[in-house]
Every structure is written in structure tokens, then in C-alpha cells.
Design a binder for this molecule. Structure first.
Ligand code: SF4
Length: 351
């Protein structure tokens, strides 16, 4: 059955045309689905009974609520959703029931939601618990948006980051469709500058993203030395970081759009002075910031450990002195496995 939730105005217009519904029905549907957030076709009271009856024959509004919520001592909440295969998700490689996670991060002046775009991930970054669980499917736009619409904090959200499970550029169409709903006047009407999309650097898709969207971009860098980066991020082989940075230099980052490089500090792997020097050489002159992340120990990567606090401090101050804005991201929700790189949930395993 077709899921109406997550469809764009033009997709709904096409549907209405096919079904012979009045032209304005598509806008009315957007209003019910996104502005009013209803999940029952019967509640769409300005549609005629005939239109509603036909919609119920051919479609649903699939808005499942999370099946679990864990609350961290720091106020971070991790919501769990079952992967329901509500549409044409086809890339399933096993029959097990899987779950995906969404993390709500409240701060003094903002409330951020970190959404997943896939169940598992194909990218195989060696330090990441999501990468270790393999790939089980890509989420539809509706499933991505439902993570936002179905949590009790929905109305408080100020920012969305596509930094949960999966690689957004590997599920490009669904990610962009969800962003269209968030940012269009027929959807939520958010500014694209409230949205950040992350990537390991799938170059052709990053280029499309930069050409087709105004959202912020966060690149998972983690090591500036190609021969070392490839050992922890296999995607480096296909999409070298130097080529990615060359592409990024062709865009204007001086205005509203922000470019961030994420750098997880792993003891003895990427955290010495030589790495800091190489990082500066790689990014010199590019209008960007580097966001250091303390590595979170994970059972799936027992050989990796967090860098010492003093090492992180030195690394950060070296970059700042060299003119590269460098911040240290506060770890949130580590006690409920909601922190960066820890999202991985399969049935029967209590993360
Ligand atoms: Fe995938 Fe991101 Fe984990 Fe890499 S770090 S395996 S891209 S979820």
C-alpha cells in the first residue's frame, strides 16, 4: 500500500491527477500530513467522502510511534523504531527484524534531533558500531520524517542532523525528499540552515547535494593521511579525501552555509602532531571548521581507544593557532549508547 506520508507536493499532485481528484487536493493533503500532522485519512475533513474513501483503498498514512525510549542522565533520549519495510525498500539481505535509532539532544539554546537514514551501513568504517552491523536496508523519506514527527519533542526541535545510522549520500533520493518536506512552504517551511547532512565523502553525491541543496555539510574525515585513512575508512579507496577537498574548494562557504569536518580522536591512530600538521595542510584556506569528537569505546572495535584529554586539547589548540576553527564536541548520551558511532540495534540486543 502506498504510504502518503513523506510524499512531496509534486508526487501528491501526480497521484491526484491519476485518481481524478480535484487539483487542489494535493495541497490539502500536504496541509493535513505536514502542517497538521494527522495520521488518519478520515481526519482529513475538507476532502470529500469520495476522495477519502478512494485514498483509503489505495494508501495509508504510516506513522509508527517509537517502540522504546532510553533517557540518558544528561537528558539525551534515544528512540527506537522497528524497520517495517513500509514501501519499496528492496535491498534487504536477511530476514531478521532490525531497528533503527533516533537521538534527541536537548541543549540550553537548541534542541537537535539526529536521524538515521539507513538500517546499518555499507561504508564499513572500522571504528563505528553501525558499520560493524552490516547493511539491512535504506529508509524511505516517510521513515526518515517519521523519526522527526513521531517523537514528543517534535515541536521543540530547532535543528536536524542526518548523522545517525547510515550514509546519507548512499540513500540520496530519500534524504533529499525528506529535506524537501522539511524546507518547502507546503511542508514545514524550515530554513535549510537548520539542517546538517553528514557524509564520508561519496564525491559524486556530495557534488549533487551541494548543487541541489542549501543545507550544511559535515564530512567525516578522521584521518588526513590517505594510507592511514583507508585503513579505518574503506571508502577512501574510491573517493580520496584530497579529491573531495578539491571539490569542496570550488564552493562558496563564506555565507550562510557551513562546512564542518568531523574528526574522531582515536588514541595512537590519528591524534599526534604529525596528523594535526597534515590536517592543517589539507584544509588550509578552506572556510570550514573542524569538530573533534572523543572516541566512544565500543565492543565492536575493542582495539580502538579514546585519545587522552590532554592530547585532544593540544590537537585542538594547534589547529586553532594555525587558523582553523576547531571545536570539541561534547559527548552526549554515552550511557545509553546514543553517542557518536555507537548506534547499532538489532533485535534481542539491548544497546
Ligand atoms: Fe556508516 Fe557513518 Fe558508521 Fe561510517 S561512521 S560506518 S558512514 S554510519
Amino acid at each position: 500500500m502506498l504510504n502518503l506520508f513523506g510524499l512531496t507536493l509534486s508526487q501528491l499532485q501526480e497521484l491526484c491527477l491519476e485518481q481524478g481528484f480535484p487539483k487542489f487536493t494535493a495541497r490539502q493533503l500536504c496541509d493535513w500530513l505536514y502542517a497538521k500532522g494527522v495520521s488518519e485519512i478520515d481526519a482529513m475533513t475538507n476532502l470529500s467522502l469520495k476522495v477519502r474513501a478512494r485514498l483509503k483503498e489505495i494508501s495509508v498514512v504510516n506513522r509508527p510511534t517509537p517502540v522504546n525510549c532510553q533517557v540518558s542522565k544528561d537528558g539525551t533520549k534515544k528512540y527506537l523504531f522497528p524497520y517495517q519495510l513500509d514501501n519499496s525498500n528492496q535491498q534487504i539481505n536477511d530476514a531478521a527484524v532490525h531497528y533503527f535509532e533516533t537521538v534527541f539532544i536537548p541543549e540550553e539554546d537548541r534542541a537537535t534531533l539526529c536521524v538515521s537514514c539507513q538500517v546499518g551501513c555499507k561504508m564499513g568504517c572500522r571504528f563505528c558500531a553501525t558499520g560493524a552491523q552490516g547493511f539491512h536496508g535504506s529508509l524511505s523519506a516517510g521513515e526518515i520524517l517519521n523519526q522527526i514527527f513521531s517523537i514528543p519533542e517534535f515541536s521543540k526541535l530547532t535543528n536536524i542532523v542526518y548523522m545517525g545510522m547510515g550514509e546519507p549520500m548512499d540513500n540520496y533520493d530519500a534524504v533529499m525528499q525528506s529535506i524537501a518536506v522539511l524546507t518547502s512552504d507546503w511542508g514545514l517551511g524550515w530554513s535549510p540552515h537548520r539542517i546538517t547532512v553528514s557524509s564520508v565523502g561519496v564525491i559524486p553525491m556530495v557534488k549533487r547535494f551541494l548543487d541541489e541543496s542549501e543545507c550544511h555539510l559535515a564530512i567525516s574525515l578522521h584521518n588526513p593521511v590517505p594510507t592511514e585513512r583507508v585503513a579505518i575508512m574503506p571508502m577512501q579507496r574510491a573517493y580520496p579525501i584530497s579529491e573531495l577537498v578539491s571539490l569542496l574548494r570550488r564552493y562558496d562557504w563564506s555565507h550562510q552555509r557551513r562546512l564542518t569536518f568531523e574528526y574522531t580522536m582515536i588514541r595512537g591512530v590519528n591524534d599526534d602532531e604529525a596528523h594535526a600538521v597534515k590536517l592543517v595542510q589539507l584544509l588550509k584556506g578552506l572556510n570550514c571548521r573542524v569538530n573533534l569528537i572523543r572516541y566512544h569505546d565500543s565492543a565492536t572495535a575493542p582495539n580502538f581507544k579514546a585519545s587522552q584529554p590532554l592530547t585532544i586539547q593540544r590537537f585542538q589548540s594547534f589547529l586553532n593557532k594555525q587558523g582553523i576553527t576547531c571545536t570539541l564536541r561534547t559527548s552526549r548520551g554515552e550511557d545509553i549508547m546514543a553517542a557518536c558511532g555507537l548506534l547499532a540495534k538489532v533485535k534481542g540486543r539491548d544497546a
